[in-house]
Design a protein around this ligand. Structure first.
Ligand SMILES: [Zn+2]
Length: 270
């Protein structure tokens, strides 16, 4: 039994095979992450060649037979491969598709992730959005799309919306205002003392980042704005660094792994 599927998707990864064949990992609009076998598509003479390149967003006709998918034809909608002209942007594009292929699942509803990926690659290639901003927005929004949205509405303890600075708990994805943080800190120190004295237990500590009001405003914007508005904000350099640092820590903490493509991006930026 086989069926023919028509779908749109972004090519996140490719594995070269014998002859001019390859396996493509595609983030699709309707079937989540999909592995598609493309016969002869590595040949420049093949009519599907450009639609089957890494970073190509294309329309695919695929024959599915059991758990295998074979490409029948492909038509390019947009290629983001131009990013290779700029090493920082190229490194970031590889990191973005790497994270997407880690997050996306087969047959899952991945349309928000696909839209986010396309939006970020578009900002990298067609607009002058700083790479740092694209990276941070991608990290925070991607996590929000897969169910790890932080709660940035109000202080976890008193509910207050604004503060002179915010104490963001990376692991719990929430914040406390300055007053509540210091109150809780004192309580925890006292409690820790008691526990240590009686039982020798050391309660686990969480990574807390102190966040400025402008960074908090950017984080709220990225988490709560509609998809087409997520890049509509500006941050000065210093705040952009702080914002970038928090979004990266938040992603690594919640995905519980590192990425070689991230190491490479850092090496290129430094
Ligand atoms: Zn509070």
């Amino acid at each position: 039994m086989s069926e023919e599927l028509k779908l749109k998707g972004l090519i996140l990864r490719e594995t070269e095979l014998r002859e001019n064949d390859k396996f493509m990992t595609v983030l699709t609009d309707s079937h989540g992450l999909m592995s598609v076998y493309g016969a002869r598509v590595r040949s420049q003479k093949d009519r599907n060649f450009s639609a089957c390149q890494l970073f190509s967003y294309s329309e695919f006709v695929v024959k599915r037979s059991g758990d295998k998918c074979y490409l029948k034809e492909a038509a390019l909608i947009h290629s983001f491969f131009i990013v290779s002209d700029d090493l920082v942007k190229a490194a970031l594009a590889y990191y973005i598709v790497d994270v997407l292929s880690d997050m996306a699942r087969e047959e899952d509803e991945c349309l928000p992730l696909l839209r986010l990926g396309l939006n970020c690659l578009y900002c990298l290639t067609e607009r002058s959005t700083p790479a740092k901003q694209v990276k941070a927005v991608f990290e925070l929004r991607a996590l929000s799309e897969i169910g790890y949205a932080p709660d940035l509405v109000g202080c976890r303890r008193c509910g207050r919306y604004d503060s002179a600075d915010y104490y963001f708990d990376i692991e719990d994805g929430c914040f406390k205002c300055r007053d509540c943080y210091h109150t809780t800190e004192d309580e925890m120190i006292n409690q820790q003392k008691k526990l240590n004295e009686s039982e020798g237990i050391y309660p686990g500590s969480h990574l807390i980042c102190i966040v400025s009001p402008s960074t908090m405003a950017a984080m709220r914007h990225v988490v709560y704005s509609p998809a087409e508005r997520i890049f509509a904000f500006n941050l000065l350099d210093e705040a952009l660094d702080e914002f970038g640092d928090i979004c990266e820590k938040y992603l690594l903490c919640h995905l519980e792994r590192g990425f070689k493509t991230l190491d490479f991006y850092r090496a290129v930026v430094d």
